[in-house]
Structures are given as structure tokens and as C-alpha cells.
Design a binder for this molecule. Sequence first.
Ligand SMILES: Cc1cc2nc3c(=O)[nH]c(=O)nc-3n(C[C@H](O)[C@H](O)[C@H](O)COP(=O)(O)OP(=O)(O)OC[C@H]3O[C@@H](n4cnc5c(N)ncnc54)[C@H](O)[C@@H]3O)c2cc1C
Length: 500
Amino acid sequence: MSIDRRRFLGAGLGSALMLKAQMSSAEAKRYDVIVIGGGTAGIPTALFAAQRGAKVLLVEKSSTLGGTLFWSTGQIAGAGTVFQQRLGIEDTPQAHFADCMRINRNSADPGLTELTTRHAGETINWLARHGFEVMQDHPVTGIGHDHFTVRRYQQGVSSGLSILNAFLPSLQAQIEAGRVDVMLATEVVDLIQNQQGVVQGVVSNAAGKGLRDIYGRSVVLATGGCAANPRLFEELHGVPLYAKTAYPTSMGSGLILGMAAGGQIRGGDKYASLPGLIPAAHEYPTTMHAFAPLHPKVRQPWEILVNARADRFVREDHPSVDHIEHGILAQPAQRHWAIYDAAMLSQSPPIIPKWDRQRLATEHSRSDMFSRAESLHTLALTAKLDPRALARTVARYNSDIASGGTDQFGRLHRPLPIATPPFYAIEMQGWTLVSFAGLNVDTQLRVLDSASRPIPNLYALGEVIGAGATSGNAYTNGMLVTPAITFGRLLGQRILPLEV
Ligand SMILES: Cc1cc2nc3c(=O)[nH]c(=O)nc-3n(C[C@H](O)[C@H](O)[C@H](O)COP(=O)(O)OP(=O)(O)OC[C@H]3O[C@@H](n4cnc5c(N)ncnc54)[C@H](O)[C@@H]3O)c2cc1C
């Protein structure tokens, strides 16, 4: 056995530990559990299975453990947490479940939602016992999405890294105890199945070492989503990937491995988009130049929103940001333009939270997505909108304000008409951080085949099961990270079969 010491973590992790990986001759062993992907879901799966006595192999294709936790805000929710208790907040898993299903309009998998909400509180309490601390005044009812009715939603002081830092010392202890082997810079490229379809191991590919067969009793797909892979994303969702904002390793390899083993994809139809991304370029997939939340709880709107036909299409101050998001989702290519004027620029809080008025004004003179003109007609031409349609839309909005009449979409916050030149337009795009399509699993997290039968020994969790499974056709507060780590704990602690 050769011992190879490696650094798992980049210097930027601050107090995080330098883990020592015991790189054993993995191919010579048979593991109880092989976890593919050392990110949000894979780390707790490996850790808790090892704590139960399993011999675990954790295979990670990049050179560090952590996956999307390096980028994620890591906002999580749970009922009955120590963070609620210290503020005297009463809550139950049943109330959490009901809130999730209300927010996503019953579009998430109820069994997986129930499994998450029943156990999320204990997951968060475990994190708290291992150093996880939340931001000031957290838990809250909500941040960027539709709010819960109870304060149960929190973000760690260092975002996703707070979660990673809570896990790593315990994982290191398991590595040092010889119960977890870690292979970094190693990609799983295939699953080993016998003729009956029973999964028996994986084929790994490490740079310079070639292909290896590694055997295990259970194989867990924890490889993340596919929102960094435009071709696969579009194939599974029927919608282009408009902007690349997911962690770059989210290439969907676990979806392909699972499908090749007989797994079924579901959830592409649950695709939901976020509002207000200001793209860096018109061509897809682009990147984020800036972001305007368009969330009335974050900032009441002063502007109107129009689509590519220069028509308004939604009540911009609707109390549900999910309602606004679905309004945008129904527009051609999910493009939307905020239209406003000089009076709004000088009086309203900036539409892009981190920008002051000067920065906004400057962008309007230099960036493709920001138009400015002395007349509405020229503004429309510059923004590539129909001038007559835009004039008609603005005239209707203004005349309803002037007459004190009801707004066309029932909007209540109408502080000013759009009447003072110069006029402004900001072009925006609907977008997603995550993929909604994923492998169909049951509440034992077993990957199911086309007849809804479990594929023997194959499990999946995290974004590889699709955001649609736990978040539904919406962005339900924390319903990706919370199930990823909760399911990892449950798989490791009780679901995975072990002979120990
Ligand atoms: C910017 C951002 C903010 C977000 N904020 C939130 C939030 O606040 N709350 C929330 O609930 N959700 C949030 N999400 C979503 C959430 O973070 C992700 O859905 C979740 O972290 C995914 O966890 P995972 O374990 O499935 O994937 P990851 O954490 O990405 O881990 C997958 C790992 O598998 C590895 N891997 C992939 N393929 C292979 C292979 N073939 N062999 C070996 N290794 C492989 C990858 O390198 C990676 O390390 C956010 C996402 C982003 C991008």
C-alpha cells in the first residue's frame, strides 16, 4: 500500500484543515460503499457511512473536495434547530413540508420533500455541533425566493464554505482511521454491472494512471447537476442554457452513468428560471455581467418590465417572486427589459443592489445591454424593441397612473410615470444556477429503472437527482443543499446496507 499525501483544499479556505488522503491500492479492495463525487452530497455520504463502520471510497474528479460548496451560498432550512431555539421560534417538520409544497405549488416529489423536512432539523443541528454558525439575524423567512411563513432559513457566515468546514475535520478523522480512502483528480467513467444489471463497482480514470476497475457493495452517484454542460442541459430540459453560472464541474456525468445503467431521467419539464440576469453577451450560453433581483421584497419596482414585443406581461410588484419568474419564463427566450426614466434613476434605490446611481449611469453609456436615449422612440430602436409598441405600452402605464385607474396587471407600487428624459432600458435574461432534470430515485435514494424497479446497489443524491425532485418547478428555499446533505447523512447512517 502506498501512502500519498495530498492537499484537498485550496489556500483560500482559511481555517480549513489540510487533509491527508490515504491513497491505497483501491482496485485491490472491495469497498462497502463507493461514492462518486466529493461535493455537497458526497462528503456527508462518505463521512456518515464511515462513522457507521463502512469501508468507503470517495472518488473526486477535481483536485479538491468541496464541489459546488465553493460557490454556493449554502442557504439551508430545517425545523427544530438550535438556531430557532435560541430565538424562541417554534416550528415543525410538517409546517416546513407544507411551506415547501405551497411555494412550489405541489410540484416537488412529496416523498423526497417529506424525507428532507423530517430530517433537516437534525442535519442543521449536526452542523451546528461541528462549528457551523449562521449570519446575524438568521434564521429568516426568506432571502431571494418566496418566503416561508416561519423563520427556518439560514446561511452560514462563510456561505457554502461554512458547511464544508463543518464536515472536513470529521472526514479527516475517518480518513486517518482508515475507513475512508479518497482518490482525487480521478473521474469515474463507467459503472460495472453484471449480466443481471447488478451494480458491482466503478471504472475510474486517473490522470496518468489509466482505467481501473474498483469493486464495491454499493455505488452512490453524487456527481452534481448538468448546468455547466449546455448540450446536455438543453437535451434534458428542452430549453437552452442561457447562462453558465453553475460550478464548472457540473457536467452531468452522473446523469449519463445512471442512464447507461438503466436509470430514468425525470424533471426536465420542471425547469424554472430566475429573473434579472444582465448577460455579458447576446449569444448563448453567456455569463453574468450583473444581476437585478426583481424581487419586490428586496426592492419595490419603479420600472416596468416588457418582453421582446415591448409589451408588459406581469405585475412587477407581485408579492410572489415565483409569480414574476413564471411570467418571465413564458416570454420569448425569457428576455425581459426594464424600462425607466431620469426621474426614476435619480429617486429610486438602484435596481442592481451593488451599484450606485453613478455606476448605473456609466453602464448606460458603455454597455450593450444598457440603453439610454433622449426619446422613447430612440430608446426602443437602441434596445431593438418596436418603437410603436413601446410608446403604446408606456402611454398606457402612464395614463393609468394619471387617471388613478387600476393598473393593467394590478400593480400597486407606481411611484412615477415614465416621462422624464433621458429614458433607459436594461436588457435581462431568465437563467438558472441548477439543472432540474435528474435520475429518478425512490425515498431510499435507489436509482429506478423504466419499470420503477431499483437498479440493485445503485443510489443517487444531490443535484444528480434533479432540482425538480426537491425544489419542484420553483426555487424553494434551500431545497437543494438541504436535501443533498440530509440525504447524505441518511444514506450513510441508515439506508446503505452494510455488513459491519
Ligand atoms: C452560485 C450557486 C449558489 C447556490 N445557492 C444555493 C443555496 O443557497 N441553497 C441551495 O439549496 N442550493 C443552492 N445552490 C444549488 C446547490 O448548491 C447545488 O445543487 C448543490 O451544492 C449540488 O450538490 P452536489 O453534491 O449534487 O454537487 P456538487 O457539490 O457539485 O458535487 C459534485 C462533485 O462530483 C464531482 N464529480 C462529477 N462527476 C464526477 C465523476 N464522473 N467522477 C468523480 N467525480 C465527479 C464534481 O467534481 C463535484 O466535486 C446554488 C448553486 C450555485 C451554483
